[in-house]
Every structure is written in C-alpha cells, then in structure tokens.
Design a protein around this ligand. Structure first.
Ligand SMILES: Nc1ncnc2c1ncn2[C@@H]1O[C@H](COP(=O)(O)OP(=O)(O)O)[C@@H](O)[C@H]1O
Ligand SMILES: [Mg+2]
Length: 227
C-alpha cells in the first residue's frame, strides 16, 4: 500500500487579479519507506506542496491520503494529533527552543502529546545523531550541523511514518549537509520511514530513490533513480 497519495491538488492563493495558482492539479503516490526528493526553481510551489502534505495549509481542491486516511476530512483536533504522531517536520531554520537543552528539544513533541519519552529510543537517537556529548547543551552552544541533527532527533522521536523536510541543509555547509543527509537516509531505512525532501542541491537529490520536479505549480516525475 502507498504511504502517501496526493490526488489532484490545486492551490490558489488570493483571488481576482492577484490570485496565484501555486499548484496545478498535482498527483503522485509514494510507497512506504521510499525517499523522494522534490526539486524545482524558487517560487515553483515546492513548499506549498509540502505544506499541503503536512496539513499545515489546506488545498483549494484535491486530497491527501496518509496511510489511507484522508487528512482533510479530519476535524482540527484529530488532525493535530494525527500530524503529531505520524509526521516529522524538518525545516531549513532549525526552530529549536532556545531555553531547552538538546535532550529536552528532542523529547518536546512527546511531552506535547502527554506521553512519556521512550528512554531507550532517546539514547539510540542521541547515539545515531552523534549528540550524546551535547545532550545538556543549549542550541546556542551548537554548530549549525549539530542544531539540525537535534531538529532531526525531534522529528524522529515520535517514530513518524512520514518525514517532511523543506531544504533541511539550506543553512549548512557542504560537509554538514552530507552528514545530515546520510543520517536521514540511515534512520529512514532503519525505522522504515518515508521521506519527502525539498532540496536545491542536485547531488543531494541524486541520493534519493526518486526525484520529482515542480515547475510553475506542475509536477514531473523523473522516476526511480535505481531499481
Ligand atoms: N501565503 C501565500 N500567499 C500568497 N502567495 C503565496 C503564499 N505562499 C506562497 N505563495 C506563492 O506561491 C508560489 C509558490 O511558492 P512556494 O511554494 O513557497 O515556492 P518554492 O517553495 O518552490 O520556492 C509563489 O509564487 C509564491 O509567491
Ligand atoms: Mg520553499
């Protein structure tokens, strides 16, 4: 079964003369565990598409199914819980809470969901992300690459089936970028997660299982890189 199905998504911002057609009838599906890169020029609609998939915004028309569930048919409360439990977000700006330590930032989504953090899994994540020695540091005491690794930990702690990343290496140098991408790949294979990642970087896109391109709101599927 497909983990994600995007069906005929259209998004129009504004109306009348100033209306912007940001997405034009976009459809695609992604099997469980696949790692998809989304490429395209600035302003082509990539973030709009990712925000629809993560239900951070609603489409003008069309559907998004995650694990067979139509997310826009859920009420706000149900959708919030569904998103928290099933989707991990990683953005270009790391969006860490400055007053919280590395460890506290990572377990934050679990606390938001009134759950207890899985200590063993937290230790495993800290080890995989190479953050064990930084667990009690504040974000301001970390490099950009380390901060993004904390953001990845925070996205993974709830064991989401879907990871949505919008230019996660946009603020990193090439060394840190490769490390972050390698980590994302490794963890997604290990925990059987599906990744949809926007990137400007061609060599990063080439590490994906499949590349989709958005141009002027329309989608082209370049197919699978390796069979
Ligand atoms: N909230 C918004 N209101 C109006 N127009 C928007 C909004 N968000 C994005 N757009 C427009 O939609 C188009 C696609 O934007 P976006 O998805 O952010 O592109 P990308 O991520 O590929 O750079 C652009 O023309 C942008 O100006
Ligand atoms: Mg964008």
């Amino acid at each position: 079964m497909n983990l994600l199905e995007v069906k005929n998504i259209c998004k129009i911002y504004g109306n009348g003369e100033t209306a912007v057609k940001a997405l034009k009838d976009v459809s695609f599906s992604v099997p469980k565990g696949e790692y998809v890169a989304i490429v395209g020029e600035s302003g082509s609609g990539k973030s709009t598409l990712l925000n629809m998939i993560g239900a951070l915004d609603t489409p003008t028309s069309g559907k998004v199914l995650i694990d067979g569930k139509d997310i826009f048919c859920m009420n706000d409360k149900k959708l919030t819980v569904f998103r928290r439990r099933n989707i991990g977000f990683i953005f270009q700006a790391f969006n860490l809470v400055p007053e919280l330590t590395v460890e506290q930032n990572i377990i934050f989504p679990v606390l938001l969901d009134y759950q207890k953090p899985d200590k063993k899994y937290l230790e495993e994540l800290l080890a995989v992300l190479n953050l064990k020695e930084r667990r009690n540091h504040l974000p301001s005491q970390l490099s950009g690459g380390q901060q993004q690794r904390v953001a990845i930990g925070r996205a993974l702690i709830t064991r989401p089936s879907l990871i949505l990343a919008d230019e996660p290496t946009g603020n990193l140098d090439s060394q840190n970028s490769s490390e972050v991408i390698a980590l994302l790949k490794e963890t997604s294979k290990k925990y059987e997660q599906t990744i949809i990642m926007i990137t400007h970087n061609r060599s990063i896109a080439q590490t994906a299982d499949r590349v989709l391109q958005v141009s002027d709101g329309a989608l082209t599927d370049f197919g699978r890189c390796r069979e």
